[in-house]
Design a protein around this ligand. Structure first.
Ligand code: SIN
Ligand code: CO
Length: 375
């Protein structure tokens, strides 16, 4: 992995890249993945964009007029588009394509907790989404075709208010580079950029997640509400008569406040929430259970012969206290820690690691839920 990561980063060791570039300055790498011809043919991407569990959109430009169409799209839709100046964007390609998940995992020198998704765009000449900025880090890896990127750090991030997509009102790029197949550009958050296709081609965007405090706080309160179990009840056996029935008395405040203060936010609870939040599948994700799942005994035989791998949609993370899988927390099993860590980090296990009664039971459970499968 270190050799691959450093090729990907233009000869930089991951630690040097993180110190010099991550969230600081762009990095352009020629031949980050030599010979990279993309993972999907345009027809495959159009097919993905036809699914209602896949988020996709088309951005069209006619002079200064921009139009956005939301998917899913029928195949015939693409035949009626102009020859120039449009692009199709498909999000979460890693969830549907094992090679897309593998591409994301090439960036494993950064915690999986920070990885978001692989977005693939297909553009005809002149196609692009216009000058904009993203609030997260992104690696833009060019597949087939060439694309001209202009980018720069600018203070003025005002957006045009008259358009259906986020386009900068003023764009003052300081760098221009043309990327060909296998070239890659890293951009830190809030860097203004614009990529315009020179030829028909595809760009693979490896995006990172960076929730806002508002997003995280709202998710925490939702999570907490689902787990709230307060058993106290308002009571006032010593109630005295009042001459001002409209007044909220101090006793009412005190008792209600005491009941609310019983809601605790201990660090342990917050830690558990964060693990669940980071592994929560995206709303459009559903797991396919095997049609005729093998029973435990057969699973143990096949698993130890072939090995297993996580489904691309599965999120499996851990900390010192717990493991988190697809939005659920579990205590560490008493044994089997190294195998579980190997499965979470490498996302696959060789057959030799699929042994041991309680461990195989857990793997079988995940297999029946569609969270993993045989290699
Ligand atoms: C694209 O692939 O067209 C857009 C990627 C980006 O600018 O973030
Ligand atoms: Co962008």
């Amino acid at each position: 992995m270190p050799a691959t990561a450093s090729t990907l980063l233009g000869g930089l060791a991951p630690a040097s890249f993180l110190r010099r570039h991550w969230q600081k300055r762009p990095l352009l790498v020629h031949r980050a993945i030599a010979g990279f011809g993309g993972l999907l043919q345009p027809a495959d991407l159009f097919a993905l964009a036809g699914r209602d569990d896949v988020e996709s959109r088309i951005v069209l430009r006619e002079r200064s007029r921009w139009t956005v169409q939301q998917g899913p799209f029928r195949k015939s839709h693409f035949k009626n588009l102009p020859r120039r100046r449009w692009t199709l964007l498909v999000h979460g390609v890693n969830l549907h394509l094992a090679s897309g998940d593998d591409l994301l995992r090439r960036f494993a020198f950064i915690s999986y907790a920070r990885l978001d998704d692989l977005m693939v765009s297909y553009a005809v000449p002149g196609g692009g989404v216009g000058p904009h900025f993203d609030s997260y880090d992104v690696f833009l890896l060019q597949g087939p075709g060439r694309r001209r990127w202009q980018f720069g750090r600018q203070r003025d991030l005002t957006l045009r208010s008259d358009l259906p997509l986020k386009i900068l009102a003023r764009f003052s790029p300081t760098s221009t580079h043309t990327l060909g197949p296998g070239d890659m550009l890293y951009l830190p958050p809030k860097f203004a950029h614009d990529g315009v296709a020179i030829d028909e081609g595809s760009t693979y965007s490896i995006g990172f997640r960076a929730p806002s405090a508002q997003e995280l706080g709202t998710a925490f309160l939702d999570w907490l509400r689902d787990r709230l179990a307060l058993d106290d009840q308002y009571a006032d056996p010593g109630l005295a008569a009042t001459l001002e029935p409209a007044r909220i008395g101090k006793g009412i405040y005190a008792q209600c406040a005491g009941m609310i203060r019983a809601i605790r936010c201990e660090p342990e609870l917050i830690q558990r929430f964060i693990g669940c939040y980071l592994t929560e599948p995206k709303p459009q994700v559903f797991f396919d259970r095997p049609g005729h799942p093998h029973g435990l005994r057969m699973f143990a035989v096949e698993g130890s012969r072939r090995g297993v791998h996580l489904d691309p949609r599965t999120q499996l993370l851990y900390d010192d206290d717990r493991i988190y899988i697809n939005g659920m927390a579990m205590d560490w099993p008493a044994s089997d820690r190294p195998e579980l860590k190997r499965l979470a980090n490498a996302r696959r296990l060789c057959g030799g690691d699929v042994v041991g009664r309680s461990w195989v039971q857990l793997l079988h459970h995940w297999y029946c839920d569609g969270y993993l499968d045989y290699d």
